[in-house]
Design a protein around this ligand. Structure first.
Ligand code: SF4
Length: 778
């Protein structure tokens, strides 16, 4: 059936996809004979969402026609941030912008421009291409270091694939674990359906999260209310139980993980063939074969690897060195973390840790879903690596009901083009976070370079639907940095706080008024997202902007005359096997699938060809190859003096299913549901401080202070508080205020002092803070 269905009254139904979050639910848009969008509803033909939609998606007509949306290109007239604008045409905007970029790169060098987008806005490939165009040097200034990248890259390092996000096979799982994730709110339509079905047929549920009000906590078989940032102790205690009680999948661990690989005791570097043999291959890692009682290369077939080998090996220069397996190296670490030892650090009862570990490991098939609760920590590499180890040794990789590799339609490589060599050399990192694995600029260092000009000046920042004054840590420092720019360009739906500081503000089309080639993150689906209505006012699509601006700067690099031409090139480059016209007609298309259980034939895409518990790439990139039980860099244990003044640990970034990050507080029926920012903390703390429910309070950290309404609750540990993010927008229709200058923005209190060494991630989910009663008049 066609994707545009005419209605008898002259209207039509257009099949398309919602673009308000990663789920990209199938939608039927009803348009009347005058071309007005009158209704949206879920498309039951969508095999993933099955016709469900959430409040954000169902608000499409309100968002499309919201009078507060941006309508025309605006150029700054007065002082930066003074709110004085002149309306200009798109032609003028693109011409002016290209001239400014050329002038700045002429004066300061091409690395002076940073490009970015907001999370989940789908144009990373084009911001990358804009930056790489013709060998230019750019910096990506997007929230990748706090969203998706750490867990994706860590999974690729250990497995050569990414099975911990959309790869969760909830439908076939006997046990489902949500670990630092709340997918039933963030991808509500299909995760909730899958989890509901699985629970109905008896699947167990484990939730590991600091927040007892997690929507699944009360329904879980085991709820582990972990101290924010202390998940590493839970994970090591799980390994302790699983390894010592023999609950792991012995065959999978022996044959398909690098647990049997030998490492030299002390240095904990791999024993390779060159160390024991003249002309040996330094890339060849070794295991002990029990059948032949000899050392053999790890890729060898038909061997009987010893998981627990420990012994002395004679090296090529005649020395005797002690070696042991990776399994023993990991077990020694796990042995330190009995559930009782872990309890002291993570605040979860030892029995709960023990029982939940058994439930997970003894399930015939179990899946673990992780997300930002684990990512937005300064110890995110360790916890993500540990979770991957647990999945692997329990044999839940690529098993139906476990964590599956997703054959995702990867646009980044083919579309961004080769990265200029100089870009790598010029990456800005510093000693606070060397970024050993992530390998791109630390966003905070980029903001610093805007302020100081060191190590070289960043003078321009062009972003599409990004609002760093909401997503980046230490908001006041970000504001100060943006004010130092010579060129700030924002394309967006609304006049966000970042737009207010810009030189050029460009109006972006809503998903109902644009054509777009959409993919779901890490999925085999690609969508022909076609417009239901013509763009209103002078809004343009993000793709149109990049293509037109790119063409102006470098026509060789951006040769396409139309978006359709570009989409066809995109589909061709990514081997999707379909044209844009065909895709629009079909609306949804499954790209060729990667065969599952590929590892049985070809191994995993890692240096050892095995699922790696010990990461060889981490070792060679200067990071630790084993996961370690590391504390967050600032915490009640790591910085007790700081904790004396700031005794609460704040989890910032709490989501609401009705809002997308900092967007849509202006939509009246959504705002009615959650009208004000609320900090949640324990009733006993409220009593002690003399604070009543709904009283406005200060939340203070060493970085700054914000104000929110108090919501005392028994649903949190008395030592933590939970803070939502993204509050800036007013709702004039309900006469509800906005919150200027970051006064209720969670990132006003988060720190730019410490980061994860590998992924440059700040500790947004474990910020030390205190709650203070407001004085009269404050
Ligand atoms: S879950 Fe909601 S916001 Fe996300 S794509 Fe579906 S309808 Fe849109």
């Amino acid at each position: 059936m066609s994707s545009v269905i005419p209605l008898p009254d002259g209207g039509k139904i257009v099949k398309t996809n919602c673009f308000e979050c990663h789920a990209k639910c199938g939608v039927l848009c009803e348009v009347d004979k005058d071309g007005k969008l009158v209704n949206v509803k879920g498309n039951p033909e969508d095999p993933r969402s099955e016709g469900r939609m959430c409040g954000k998606g169902l608000s499409a007509t309100k968002i499309l026609y919201d009078p507060d949306r941006l309508r025309y290109p605006l150029r700054r007239k007065g002082e930066r941030g003074a709110g004085e604008w002149e309306q200009i045409s798109w032609d003028e905007a693109i011409k002016w912008l290209a001239q400014r970029v050329e002038a700045l790169t002429e004066e300061y060098g091409a690395e002076t421009i940073a490009y970015g987008q907001g999370t989940g806005r789908g144009t990373n490939q084009w911001t990358g291409r804009a930056g790489n165009a013709g060998g230019r040097v750019h910096h990506s200034l997007s929230p990748g270091n706090i969203c998706l990248v750490p867990m994706m890259v860590q999974a690729f390092l250990q497995f050569g694939m990414f099975p911990t996000f959309d790869g969760c096979d909830f439908d076939n799982a006997d046990c489902i674990v949500f670990w630092g994730s709340n997918s039933v709110w963030t991808e509500p339509t299909y995760t909730s359906g899958q989890v509901g079905r699985s629970r109905d047929r008896g699947a167990k549920l484990i939730v590991i999260d600091p927040f007892f009000e997690h929507p699944l906590a009360a329904r879980a078989d085991h709820f582990l209310g972990v101290r924010p940032g202390a998940d590493v102790y839970v994970a090591y205690a799980w390994l302790n139980v699983i390894m010592n009680e023999g609950l792991y999948d012995h065959e999978f661990t022996q044959k398909y993980t690098n647990a049997p690989m030998l490492i030299i005791e002390g240095a904990e570097v791999p024993l390779n063939e060159a160390l024991i043999k003249e002309d040996g291959n330094p890339q060849a890692m070794l295991v002990w074969d029990k059948a032949t009682q000899s050392l053999v290369e790890i890729h060898s077939k038909g061997i009987d690897e010893d998981l627990e080998y420990r012994g002395m090996i004679k090296t090529v220069d005649g020395q005797e060195v002690p070696v042991k397996t990776v399994w023993l190296g990991l077990k020694e670490r796990a042995d330190r973390w009995t559930p009782e030892a872990a309890e002291e650090m993570c605040w979860v009862k030892a029995d709960t840790i023990r029982e939940s570990a058994r439930t997970y490991a003894q399930a015939p098939a179990a899946t673990i879903n992780v997300f930002q609760g684990l990512e937005e920590q300064t110890n995110c590499k360790d916890i993500l690596q540990l979770v991957n180890c647990i999945i692997a040794i329990c044999g839940n990789l690529e098993k139906p009901g476990g964590n599956l590799s997703m054959p995702f339609w990867n646009q980044m490589g083919p579309l961004t083009g080769a990265e200029p060599q100089t870009q790598k050399e010029l990456r800005i990192v510093d000693e606070r976070a060397p970024g050993t694995v992530y390998g791109i600029s630390n966003p905070t260092c980029l903001f610093e370079a805007m302020r100081t000009g060191k190590p070289y000046p960043i003078k321009g920042y062009i972003m599409v639907q990004g609002n760093p004054l909401s997503w980046a840590e230490n908001t006041s420092l970000v504001r100060e940095s943006l004010k130092c720019l010579d060129l700030l360009v924002c394309m967006d739906y609304y006049m966000s706080p970042t737009c207010e500081l810009a030189d050029l503000v460009l109006p972006s089309t809503h998903w109902t008024e644009r054509d777009y080639l959409a993919d779901e993150v890490c999925s085999e689906w690609v969508f022909g997202q076609q417009k239901a209505v013509e763009p209103l006012y002078e809004r343009k699509s993000d793709v149109w902007f990049w293509r037109t601006f790119g063409h102006r700067l470098n026509p060789e690099w951006w040769p396409w005359e139309s978006d359709e031409e570009l989409f066809n090139w995109q589909l061709e480059q990514t081997h999707a096997g379909i044209t844009w016209e065909e895709l629009k007609e079909k609306w949804i298309h499954r790209v060729p699938q990667m065969p599952s259980r590929e590892y049985e034939k070809n191994g995993f895409g890692t240096p050892t060809g095995r699922a790696e518990l010990y990461s060889v790439i981490c070792l060679v990139s200067g990071s630790k190859p084993f996961p370690e039980a590391t504390e967050p860099k600032e915490s009640v244990f790591a910085t007790p003096d700081l904790a004396k003044d700031y005794p609460l640990t704040a989890v910032t970034g709490r989501r609401y299913p009705i809002y997308y990050h900092s967007a849509y507080r202006g939509i009246p029926h959504l705002r009615e549901i959650v009208p004000e920012p609320q900090v949640i903390f324990h009733t006993s703390v409220a009593k002690q401080l003399g604070i009543e429910r709904d009283e406005w309070v200060w939340i203070e950290s060493p970085t700054g202070r914000i104000t929110m309404k108090a919501r005392p609750s028994d649903g949190v540990d008395p030592r933590i508080c939970v803070i939502p993010h993204g509050w800036w927008q007013a709702c004039p229709a309900l006469d509800l205020p906005g919150y200027p200058d970051g006064m209720s923005n969670a990132n006003t209190i988060t720190s730019d002092r410490v980061y994860n060494d590998e992924y440059l991630t700040p500790g947004l989910r474990s910020t030390l803070c205190r709650i203070v009663k407001k004085k009269e008049g404050e």
